[in-house]
Design a protein around this ligand. Sequence first.
Ligand code: DCP
Ligand code: MG
Length: 526
Amino acid sequence: QMSRVIVLVDMDCFYAQVEQRDKPSLWGKPVGVLQYSANGQSGLIAVSYEARPFGVKRGMTANQCKELCPDIEICLVPQGEYADKADIQKYRDASAEVFAVLGSIDSRIILEKASVDEAFLDCTAYVESRVTKVREETIQRLLDPACLPTSFIVDGKEDEKDEDETEDEEETVDEEARLKRKNERIEMIRKRKIEEFIEKCRFDDEFLKIALAAEFAERLREKVREKTQFYCSAGVGNNKTMAKLVCAAHKPRKQSFIPPGSEVDVLRNTKVSSVRGLGGKLGRSLTERLGINTMGELYRTPSSVLTATFPDNAPWLMQIARGEDYDKVDSRVLQRNLGVGKNFPGTMAIYTNMNAKFWLNGLTKELRKRMADDKIKHRRLAQKVVVHVTTDVSTSKSVKVGATEEKEGRLFEKLWPVMQSMRKGPGEGWKPPIFNISLSAGRFLEGLPSKENSIIGWVERRTKQLEEMEGKDAVEKLNRDAAAEEKRRLEREEMGEEEGEGEEMEGIFMVDNLDDDDDDDCLIVE
Ligand code: DCP
Ligand code: MG
């Protein structure tokens, strides 16, 4: 197995930064981004780092966080042109700016968009081209304190007491002086560990490759900052799982990397749920069925036990416990599925069929808008929609869709009976109640049928003309206009079909990367 070098870039409190850039007086202040909803359900979806020491967390209401942090500035997610959605377009646009920078650095780097604010970069080819036989010059460059100014080594030994620490812990009256001393100590340890790491690079290519990737990540993050004003953090490791895990170790505006061979040490005290791929069902059942809470415990679990309990996942679990992950960085630019979803936490839970129908209808409309947008942009049609309902358990069912649903707005009519079939309660009720509904369109058929006439043909002709006359920007604008036009068409269609609903439906969130993991328990209905 060839060793790889993977970088994970994650924007810091991303939506909050977008608001701070929009309104620069907010930089350096506690900021929360609130997704508002007319039905009284609203919650923070992003929290600036200035607000975090007060205990302000994602999911809190405006009142809850004002109580903890009276000076917090609350920004509202804009309302969309349709009453039933929050408009997250400005965050998507900001995301596109970031990805434009990430994708423009070096053609040898493979870039994968992992979420609206996260990207994996496979830097193997790039760093290998920079590994030289005569490396004194490289080592000297890396040892310069300006080369890795925001880098931290994560080696799993963070908990070990520093020898100098005890004497510093004597009571000091001056809180400020104490804090200063503490920060100086942290900085001293940081530098010392980096130096030790770089010294190893003289003799070990694996160390050198990681250091070169860290150097690259420092410059990349500076570039993102310079071009977009946004700060981000990064993690460097030999695979996606480790890169993502260590990225979270030092945030914001910092980056972390692992000495090759320290993976198991780093994982030892890591909670299972913090590891990529174990945040959901599988991670939970490790705890529920085998009492495994940390990766160290997973590592020590006999393979026979894992195989007996999780026959399908045991090999992967054992690899991950060793810090091994062979998942490729995939440069696909297209999302594999389009999703919309909504949580109904606590008292918001849905108990009645009428309510369920109302929300499924709203989500379906939203999904159709996204599908229309995607159809224009990517010239493809979804062939499958997964309905995902969470009550006390999560259930998914997938439905084949085709031109009929897409064209005549019959999607809801198809999805509603499927959702009904997931209902367990007696009569018209949902018992246990619904806490989440998500829809995900996927299994795309590339290309569009030839009779797909109206707007597509027109877009294609105009694209040609514009490209010749006015260049790429004009074409992009045209695509946006066309997508908007397609959305309006859908809306007109739906207006004709249904009497307008009075109620508003905000707070639907986008599920950009709804996992296809649950495909196992999907049931093809048609
Ligand atoms: N987001 C959302 N709903 C969620 C989670 C996230 O709308 N349940 C949005 C808001 C976030 C953005 O996605 O700003 C990125 O999500 P992250 O999990 O990366 O969180 P942040 O970037 O806000 O903070 P961090 O600095 O911890 O990465
Ligand atoms: Mg982030």
